[in-house]
Write a protein that binds this ligand. Structure first.
Ligand code: ZN
Length: 305
């Protein structure tokens, strides 16, 4: 058991807007629950470095990345899309969020049986190759995968996204790339209203209706994802860990609880133990009901142990 938690102070400074659900208190809620649960004694905490523009070019267009650097405001704020704001701390936060994902990959590739969780924001999975979307500026999990492919020459990476929203950005970036198997479960229809028809043979989407019960969610994953990932034999498992499918989270209408996040962590750990010496990197995506988010992350981390 060796779980490392990457974060950075800048991730607390990005403000997404007044009354915005994607708030710094989300990261504190995770930390508070880690302390309350006693897990802080077994989880190593590390400060993340910043991603370089070249790391971002691996999965985003150069035009888009350069435009984000150029647009980053010195004061005030700008809107990249109706949900996604940049203020003076946002670029630094986004670079450290992506940097955390890179550091986490380097860590788990450095030794066997290493797992890492990135407690970071802004989240990433809606950011497409060319576009900021849905609170996301850079696609952190895609940057992690891009780094693992390039730096370590991996040939098979599984990305599992259990956020209640479709990981449209990650699908956009990796559709048709046979080195990546992308599995996304999400409420459908719901923002961003994509994913019902997968855009490549390497995409395993599970669109599920509102009020989806834990038993149905687990059964779908057991039937569709676990055998597929097992047959794929991943050399690394990456997780877009969004906890907004929790029944207390009003961002959507799934009925999951922290027990379900514990369960999926156990399933992924088993697959990682079988195929890739336990190597798992998880990156925080959604999760807006603060207490449920903290409890869910702790349950997920316990499932990895
Ligand atoms: Zn979400």
């Amino acid at each position: 058991m060796a779980i490392t938690l990457f974060s950075h102070p800048s991730c607390y400074l990005h403000l997404a807007g007044d009354e915005h659900p994607e708030q710094p208190a989300r990261l504190s809620a995770v930390n508070d629950q880690l302390i309350r649960s006693g897990l802080e004694f077994v989880v190593q905490q590390r400060d993340a470095g910043a991603a370089a523009a070249t790391d971002l070019y691996a999965v985003h267009s150069k035009l888009y990345v350069d435009e984000i650097y150029a647009k980053a405001p010195k004061d005030g704020h700008i809107w990249l899309d109706p949900d996604t704001q940049m203020m003076p701390h946002s670029l630094n936060a986004a670079l450290h969020a992506a940097g955390a994902a890179i550091n986490a990959v380097d860590l788990v590739m450095s030794d066997i049986n290493q797992q890492a969780f990135c407690n970071i924001r802004p989240p990433g999975h809606h950011a497409t190759r060319d576009q900021a979307m849905g609170f996301c500026i850079f696609n952190n999990i895609a940057v992690a995968a891009g780094h693992a492919l390039k730096q370590y020459g991996l040939e098979r990476i599984a990305i599992v996204d259990f956020d209640v929203h479709h990981g449209n950005g990650t699908e956009d970036i990796f559709a048709g790339d046979e080195r990546v198997l992308f599995c996304s479960s999400f409420q459908y229809p719901l923002y961003p209203n994509t994913g019902d028809v997968p855009s490549g043979d390497n995409i395993e989407n599970l669109p599920l209706p509102a009020l989806c019960k834990p038993a149905v969610w687990r059964e779908q994953i057991t039937q569709h994802w676990l055998p597929h990932i097992n047959a794929f034999k991943p050399q690394l498992i990456l997780v877009s860990a969004g906890f907004d499918g929790h029944r207390e989270d009003d961002m959507a209408q799934f009925l999951l609880t922290e027990n379900d996040y514990h369960w999926i962590a156990q399933q992924l750990k088993q697959l990682a133990d079988t195929h890739c010496q336990g190597r798992i990197v998880a990156v925080l995506e959604g999760g807006y009901a603060l207490s449920a988010l903290g409890r869910s992350v702790v349950a997920f981390l316990k499932g990895l142990m």
